[in-house]
Structures are given as structure tokens and as C-alpha cells.
Design a protein around this ligand. Structure first.
Ligand SMILES: [Zn+2]
Length: 303
């Protein structure tokens, strides 16, 4: 893991997931914790190298690649953990992540590896997502719902940490169908980021490059928004003839349109969530409706 200084008070530890560090008047806030104990101890090593003692950990969202190191960080340092309510629930009961990915049923073993199942970690302070001070550090918490139900970001000075609110174009191209639980909320979040990103010199996404120019970050934000719009359009197109179609057929149509190949239970679960989020968004807009025929749930476009 590589430590990069962004500003007088901010750093990023670059690894599988990017970790933020804010040090301010004797306090030290870590943002996200990596995927496992090794990531947690690597972060700790880097922070100690700076002569800092971490006092708090803020989790942007409870995906195992961002929370897996939290258990170790708390054990080693006793730091206080901050997260929003839904994300805190998943951290306290990590089985919830594979459980929701499998529609609430007992998840198969393929959904119980460390990419989906972190070690439990109790959150000491529940965030509303609009805080102006966390761990005595003046900053701004930002609600960034969409990729996860209650994801939050942090603005501090001229640095913005956004979790997985947007993905870099190369990661989006690789994933083909990014994971979203709420596409409408995701688009609202991306619109807000488009407005605000120009006032930051450093923009740290959860994965990939750290942006030192708002223009490049804006490109990635717009690319992510376009990807979500395309998924909505591809979902509509799957229903174009007005016939009802089951979710599995719509998933196949969207995957085909995006050049995605589904070859595992975990990939199927992730893609299904995003397609269900698209169906949910179109249903909420009154564009489609569910109907039941021959024990099938079918989605049909509104005439
Ligand atoms: Zn994530």
C-alpha cells in the first residue's frame, strides 16, 4: 500500500480500496478500512509512519472491501467508528450483505468469501450524513446514496472523499454493469457531485486513481451517470414490444447489450441487484408495472 500526501492535513493510502486520512489538531480520522486484517494493519503502519495515532474511523458504505479491516483497526487502537444507520447495521451483522445479495435467503458459499463477508465491527456513532464536525474535526459529511443505500462522503478543505459514488472509466468498462441498489438516488448523487466537484483540488474515489483535477473527476462522474442512463434505457429496450418479461430475461438483455458475461453466482447476484434497481426506478416513474401470469412475475411497459 502506498501513502500519498494530498495536502497539509490529508493523505490517501492507495490499495485495493483507497483509504483516506485526515489529521487535524491532534485528531486523526481514517476513511474506510480496506478488505481484511492485512489491509487494516497496513493502513495502521502507514498512519503510524506519519507519527499519527488514529482516533476515529468513518466508513463510507458497508461493502466488505471497505469495512473488512475495521475489526482489526478497532482492536488495535480502540478508535471510534462512524457510519450511517443502514451501513452500521451491515457492519454489526456482516451476514446481511450476502443475505441481501441472495434475496434474503441463506446465501450459498460462493457469496460468503471475504469480498462479501467482512468481520463484524460495532459502530459507536451513527451518522445522519449531514454532519459538520466528526471526531472534533470540522468537515462536511455528504449523503451519496445509490451504490449503497446510505453511502456518505467527506469534504475537508480542498479534498473530497466519495467512496464508490462514481467509478473510474476503466473500472466501469471492466465491470460492465456497476453495482447499484438505487439508480434514481445514484443519479441525484452524481448530479450533486457534478455541481460541487470544481471546488476541490483532490477527489478520492474508493478505487483507482486519485484525481488532482476537477475536470478529470467530472469526466468520470459524467461517464458513471451515462452508464446508469444506458442501463435504464437498456432495461426499457428489453421491454420494447410491450410483452411482459421476467427479470431473468431483462437481466440477459441488459448483460448482452453491455457485453457482460455472467459465469458465477456472485456476478449474477451483483448484476441482478443493479437490474432490479433499474426496474424499481422505472416502476417508481410509472414507466413499467409488474403483472403475474402463470406463476411468473412479468414486467411490462406502460402503454
Ligand atoms: Zn462499494
Amino acid at each position: 500500500m502506498e501513502l500519498i500526501q494530498l495536502d497539509t492535513h490529508t493523505w490517501v493510502v492507495q490499495g485495493g480500496a483507497n483509504i483516506g486520512v485526515i489529521a487535524y489538531e491532534g485528531r486523526c480520522l481514517i476513511i474506510d478500512s480496506g478488505i481484511d486484517k492485512d489491509a487494516g494493519s497496513a493502513i495502521l503502519k502507514q498512519v503510524k509512519k506519519l507519527g499519527l495515532a488514529p482516533t476515529a474511523l468513518l466508513i463510507t458504505h458497508a461493502h466488505a472491501d471497505h469495512t473488512g479491516g475495521a475489526h482489526h483497526l478497532v482492536r488495535q487502537t480502540g478508535l471510534n467508528v462512524y457510519a450511517t444507520r443502514v451501513e452500521a447495521s451491515v457492519m454489526a451483522s456482516p451476514l446481511l450483505e450476502p443475505l441481501y445479495l441472495f434475496g434474503g435467503a441463506a446465501p450459498p458459499k460462493e457469496l460468503q468469501h471475504k469480498f462479501f463477508l467482512a468481520k463484524p465491527c460495532l459502530v459507536g456513532s451513527i451518522l445522519a450524513g449531514d454532519e459538520q464536525v466528526i471526531d472534533q474535526i470540522p468537515l462536511e459529511a455528504l449523503s451519496l446514496a445509490g451504490h449503497s443505500p446510505e453511502q456518505v462522503g467527506v469534504a475537508f478543505g480542498d479534498t473530497l472523499f466519495v467512496g464508490d459514488a462514481f467509478l473510474t472509466p476503466d473500472i466501469l468498462d471492466k465491470h460492465r454493469i456497476p453495482f447499484y441498489t438505487d439508480i434514481a438516488a445514484g443519479l441525484t448523487t452524481l448530479d450533486m457531485l457534478k455541481q460541487r466537484v470544481s471546488s476541490f483540488a483532490h477527489i478520492v474515489a474508493g478505487h483507482g486513481e486519485v484525481y488532482t483535477s476537477p475536470a478529470r473527476a467530472l469526466q468520470a462522474i459524467e461517464y458513471t451517470a451515462q452508464c446508469l442512463e444506458n442501463i435504464l434505457e437498456q432495461t426499457r429496450a428489453a421491454l420494447v414490444y410491450g410483452e411482459g418479461r421476467p427479470t431473468s430475461h431483462i437481466l440477459r438483455a441488459v448483460a448482452d447489450a453491455r457485453g457482460a458475461r455472467i459465469t458465477s453466482l456472485s456476478q449474477h447476484a451483483l448484476y441482478t441487484t443493479t437490474v432490479q434497481a433499474a426496474l424499481s426506478a422505472l416502476y417508481a416513474r410509472g414507466e413499467i408495472h409488474p403483472l403475474f401470469e402463470g406463476n411468473f412475475l412479468l414486467w411490462q411497459r406502460q402503454k
